[in-house]
Design a protein around this ligand. Structure first.
Ligand code: BTN
Length: 319
């Protein structure tokens, strides 16, 4: 796919020769790529090309965009993996360092929040996970998931004319459509040491076949007119994550609260909260508190705080 993404045609014969494959195997590889969601343009007598060239991930480009911050990260790029979060959780248990990043061109078992699947075609999104270690134990991590959303929104807003905003706990929305999702997984002791893996899935260019598989309103950077390449975007996310997690380590989520509230897409809107015990709460979204808990104002005027990853928040009247 890297060979085809220069936009020019490559004959089956040339590809077969270059990669030491039979022409039938080249054809099988191309068919497989199409089944993953890539569009391949095939013309008899000319060969194959990708009509929408992809900027594939490249270490050198990411390092160049990161500049001196490159030293804070160990970025690993994989062609294909089940889930960058699953891999990095396993690596963390084997001792991987703070700042390890796993980015993948394709995940065959990408995971979303609340046990859902996360679909993305190769080159059509940015899918990566970052590992941080914390000395203050699991209690030092509360609010991290909101901080990560804030960093991703900041990175997008460097390039976008349409402001990216936040939906508790950490969806990144544009015009109430989902642009990026974040999955945080943590492990450790309450007061000893702990680590967190933050996985980000950012829609760059969604194909129709993918949109059909997603049961909510979505948007991608292509539609927003964001021209920045995937390597630049990944570097910008890592830059903002470094800044935000630095503040978070020192002062907690409280120091990021005002900025989060300024980007809150749901503030003042009528919402329902779907709790894990299938209870449903109705009310008005009233922002978040200094621990990152969601605040719901009920009809009696009382404010209730909700935290926990299993809660789903929906805007009344929309999906
Ligand atoms: C959600 O909104 O439900 C969270 C989606 C998180 C998706 C990302 S893609 C990179 C990382 N690896 C995964 O398996 N999931 C996260």
């Amino acid at each position: 796919m890297r060979r085809l993404s220069d936009g020019a045609f490559h004959s089956g014969q040339d590809l077969a020769r270059e990669f030491g494959l039979s022409r039938a195997s080249v054809f099988n590889v191309l068919t497989q790529a199409e089944s993953l969601g890539l569009t391949i343009h095939a013309v008899r007598g000319r060969g194959y090309r990708l009509p929408d060239p992809v900027e594939w991930l490249a270490h050198a480009d990411i390092a160049r965009h990161l500049g001196e911050l490159n030293a804070a990260y160990d970025v690993r790029i994989l062609e294909s993996v089940d889930s960058t979060n699953s891999l990095l959780m396993a690596e963390a248990l084997r001792g991987a360092c703070d700042g390890t990043v796993v980015a993948a061109e394709h995940q065959h078992a990408g995971r979303g929040r609340r046990g859902r699947a996360w679909y993305a075609a190769p080159g059509g999104s940015l899918t990566f996970s970052v590992l941080w270690r914390f000395d203050g134990g699991l209690q030092a991590i509360s609010g991290l998931s909101l901080a990560v959303g804030l960093a991703v929104a900041r990175a997008i807003n460097r390039h976008s004319r349409h402001p990216a905003r936040l939906k508790w706990p950490n969806d990144v929305l544009v015009d109430y459509r989902k642009l990026a999702g974040i999955l945080i997984e943590v492990q450790g002791d309450m007061h000893g040491t702990a680590f967190a893996v933050a996985g980000v899935g950012l829609n760059v260019r969604l194909r129709e076949s993918q949109r059909d598989r997603i049961d909510q309103a979505v948007i991608d950077l292509d539609e927003m007119g964001v021209a920045a390449g995937r390597n630049r975007l990944l570097a910008d996310c890592l830059r903002e994550l470094h800044a935000v997690v630095g503040v978070f380590r020192q002062h907690g989520f409280a120091a990021l609260l005002a900025e989060w509230l300024a980007l809150d897409a749901y503030k003042g809107r009528a919402v329902s909260l779907h709790l894990p015990d299938s209870q449903k709460m109705q009310g008005i979204a009233a922002g978040v508190d200094a621990t990152g808990a969601f605040m719901l104002r009920t009809s009696d005027g009382a404010q209730h705080a909700y935290s926990g990853g299993e809660i789903s928040l929906r805007l009344n009247g929309r999906q």
